[in-house]
Design a binder for this molecule. Structure first.
Ligand SMILES: NC(=O)c1ccc[n+]([C@@H]2O[C@H](COP(=O)([O-])OP(=O)(O)OC[C@H]3O[C@@H](n4cnc5c(N)ncnc54)[C@H](O)[C@@H]3O)[C@@H](O)[C@H]2O)c1
Ligand SMILES: Nc1nc(=O)c(N)c(NC[C@H](O)[C@H](O)[C@H](O)COP(=O)(O)O)[nH]1
Length: 243
């Protein structure tokens, strides 16, 4: 399905929060997600839930066009079967340039529960509309899936700073968009040392007490805050305070 055109104010609004070159050995990291008014990102664990309006969906694809990589956690890849490509074509693009503009999917799958072959990502890759993923695993895989790259961590938990360094140095990921889910977002909200931009879409809906909540484990302040108001959603851009 094609996207709605990008709202004309969004490029200027988003520009200060888009990736810039970083000299500190890790990628520029954008943490972005869509939440309800009651701070939920889905109706329930494992339930794919559309929160964004069509115009903020287009914004998400515009953001994808500006990043080398797009990372999600196991819960999200299993629940959502996401495509993680970029459908925003830009003013002068043609279908043949889609693959170039799509970020590389980076999937946390420590216990190898997800399969690339047969997924939406795989269909898009075969249609030359998306890239094959890098998968983060705990152990060397017994069967390597076609065109997938594996980062073997050799322990159940990885340290974000180490993973980011590997992504930049070994895979040329200079800008990384992190799209969730809840566990990943909660960890990174507490890492102002690693997150460069925070972009949250707030949808005008309540998802209720059974929804998957996103709330950091301790209070958190933001700075460099700006808001955009759309038809149904608002978008807040900010940076995390180092306090
Ligand atoms: N609205 C949105 O913007 C949005 C975005 C993404 C996902 N979602 C929703 O969020 C839900 C999934 O959230 P979730 O919290 O269950 O899953 P998640 O996607 O955050 O994945 C969590 C899992 O990733 C792995 N993981 C995360 N950090 C790790 C680390 N440091 N080391 C090792 N492994 C690590 C662990 O296996 C962990 O259980 C789904 O319902 C999905 O639809 C919504
Ligand atoms: N911006 C945004 N608004 C939403 O309403 C929603 N549910 C997500 N969720 C993010 C999560 O990462 C999804 O899995 C991908 O958004 C699916 O991506 P595709 O469209 O299949 O490429 N993100």
């Amino acid at each position: 399905m094609s996207l709605q055109p990008l709202r004309s104010e969004l490029p200027v609004f988003l520009d200060p929060y888009l990736p810039r070159n970083k000299a500190n050995g890790r990628p520029f990291v954008t943490l972005t997600y869509a939440q309800s008014l009651d701070s939920r990102i889905s109706k329930g664990r494992g339930q794919r839930t559309i929160i964004s309006h069509e115009e903020t969906k287009t914004m998400t694809h515009y953001l994808r066009a500006h990043h080398d990589g797009i990372l999600i956690g196991t819960g999200t890849v299993l629940a959502d079967n996401p495509g993680l490509n970029c459908k925003w074509m830009g003013p002068q693009s043609s279908t043949s340039t889609k693959m170039v503009e799509s970020p590389r999917p980076i999937i946390i799958d420590m216990r190898q529960e997800w399969k690339f072959v047969g997924s939406k990502m795989w269909e898009l890759y075969n249609a030359k509309q998306g890239k094959a993923p890098i998968i983060i695993v705990q152990d060397e895989p017994q069967i390597r899936e076609p065109d997938v790259k594996y980062i073997v961590i050799s322990q159940p938990q990885f340290k974000w700073e180490s993973l980011l360094k590997i992504l930049r140095e070994d895979y040329g990921i200079y800008s990384l968009m992190v799209e969730g889910g809840a566990s990943v977002i909660k960890q990174l909200l507490l890492r102002p040392d690693l997150v460069d931009s925070l972009i949250i879409t707030i949808g005008s809906t309540f998802l209720g007490v059974h929804g998957v909540e996103v709330s950091p484990e301790r209070p958190l302040n933001l700075e460099n805050i700006d808001w955009w108001k759309g038809t149904r959603d608002s978008v807040m851009c900010a940076t995390l305070c180092h306090d």
